[in-house]
Design a protein around this ligand. Structure first.
Ligand code: DLL
Length: 435
């Protein structure tokens, strides 16, 4: 038995719009009553919930931003009392503080549907063995994929991320048929399988990969090395987690679950809604979320929407692969990293370093690398290796506790990082991840 919700996923477009309109009216009214910030923004625009009568009024509504989650940290934007929140997840904010999102029982249920749609679209059934190698924990990847895999009745192998040799041995021994992880980890696993001589024992047929940008070239490389079909899955914590948009077997854009979310494309500078098909910033409104609903949330992801009928029969609009971001967020080994978080760590180091630094992101053996060059202060002697190493170790430890990932830190000579006459070029990304 599959879990293809044909009657919803193939709904005529007029019906989708009508359903979205009804749900939008409900959500706006509910949020106006329950979420102080939303009420304030509506009042500032002179808007009352009654002014929103359907989908045609969407563009009148105020935007919401990642910064809001920081300002109202941790639970200030929840639309349900905490006793009705049954789970929280978190992700990096632009500086120090993480952002927190909450789910009610119903939210977890609809999330499972979203991810189940992805698995069904990738051909999964209750006969499948799905290995979830996204991280479990505050990150939405692990538990999000897990819920969808359980919903379709597959056997879930919750390995979480890391411990590569155990991952591939498990994959071989248990006969895993579908793999879920970041595309870069999939490449790494493919290599490890080859090296371990386990290729013949691997029964994989498909993979559901997302959480970071990846190119069509990378898709082909993964498909060829693992002998599978690789599907792209998109999502973000603020809207739900993985499964906000999912790829079907046509592999030509990801269907947005439009019964639950309204996507819009706007000009990131002016906020104006762009005509169909144009590229701009993706904005989402959640229609069914109870715990942490959002109206017109600015994702900062740059992409376009394709309203043409898909050959698979699904009528849900497709989003094209994000091609960039309208902010400076980097995704390193699947983890969201803002340069400001790194700067904050460096500025807290009281002696031996200057605020001149450069972040270099690269890729080696299919894994992202993060190197941070920091100019040492004049007071530190370049031959005082012991002091230099001590400071480097301290920065590595502090970065790990803030970002959750490792970095290589190099103290470099004073004035050796190129100065710029305009904006300092703080980040050099050598990965070429976007097509
Ligand atoms: O990355 C949710 C997720 C988990 C999606 C597992 C897919 C699979 P966050 O940590 O909040 O949530 O990061 C969200 O990651 O705004 C995009 O910039 C980026 N992103 C997510 N999926 C894709 C994708 C999860 N398929 C941010 N392609 C988003 C490109 C993606 N970028």
């Amino acid at each position: 038995m599959g879990y293809y919700q044909k009657e919803i996923e193939c709904m005529p477009r007029e019906e989708i719009k009508k359903l979205q309109g009804e749900r939008l009216v409900w959500q706006v009214k509910r949020m106006y009553e329950r979420v102080e910030l939303f009420r304030k923004r509506m009042d500032e625009k002179g808007l009352k919930p009654e002014d929103i009568k359907g989908i045609e009024d969407l563009a009148k509504l105020p935007f919401s931003y990642k910064q809001d989650l920081r300002d109202y940290y941790p639970f200030g934007l929840f639309a349900e009392p905490l006793k009705n929140i049954v789970r929280v997840h978190a992700s990096s904010g632009t500086t120090g503080k993480q952002i927190v999102v909450g789910y009610t029982r119903n939210d977890l249920d609809t999330w499972k549907d979203c991810m189940a749609r992805q698995f069904a679209a990738a051909g999964a059934t209750d006969e499948d063995i799905i290995q979830v190698s996204y991280g479990y924990g505050l990150f939405t990847g692990g538990l999000g994929a897990h819920g969808g895999a359980e919903r379709i009745g597959a056997m879930v192998v919750p390995t979480s991320s890391g411990n590569t040799s155990r991952q591939i041995q498990t994959m071989a021994d248990f006969g895993t048929t579908i793999l879920c992880c970041t595309p870069s980890y999939a490449m790494y696993l493919a290599e490890a399988i080859e090296e371990a001589g386990l290729k013949d024992k691997i029964k994989l047929k498909a993979g559901v990969f997302g959480a970071e940008p990846w190119t069509e070239d990378m898709r082909h490389a993964i498909e060829n090395s693992l002998g599978i079909k690789a599907y792209d899955v998109y999502g973000l914590s603020e809207i739900m987690g993985p499964g906000v948009a999912y790829e079907c077997s046509c592999q030509n854009g990801m269907h947005v679950s439009e019964d639950m979310f309204i996507p819009e494309i706007i000009n990131p500078d002016t906020g104006e809604v762009l005509p169909e098909g144009e590229q701009g910033e993706l904005v989402f409104t959640t229609l069914t979320k109870e715990g942490f609903p959002v109206i017109r949330y600015r994702t900062r992801d740059i992409c376009s929407l394709n309203y043409e009928q898909c050959e698979c029969g699904r009528t849900f609009v497709r989003m094209n692969k994000p091609t960039g971001r309208s902010d400076d967020m980097l995704i390193i080994r699947g983890v969201n990293v803002f340069p400001s978080q790194i700067e904050e760590v460096l500025l807290k180091i009281s002696s031996g370093v200057t605020p001149n630094y450069q972040i270099v992101v690269g890729r080696e053996n299919n894994t992202d690398t993060l190197d941070i060059n920091v100019e040492m202060s004049e007071a530190l002697f370049a031959d005082d290796i012991k002091s230099i190493e001590k400071i480097e170790r301290k920065i590595v430890t502090d970065l790990r506790s803030v970002l959750g990932i490792g970095a290589k830190v190099h103290l470099v000579n004073p004035k050796s990082i190129e100065r710029s006459e305009g904006k300092a070029k703080r980040v050099i990304d050598n990965r070429n991840l976007r097509d």
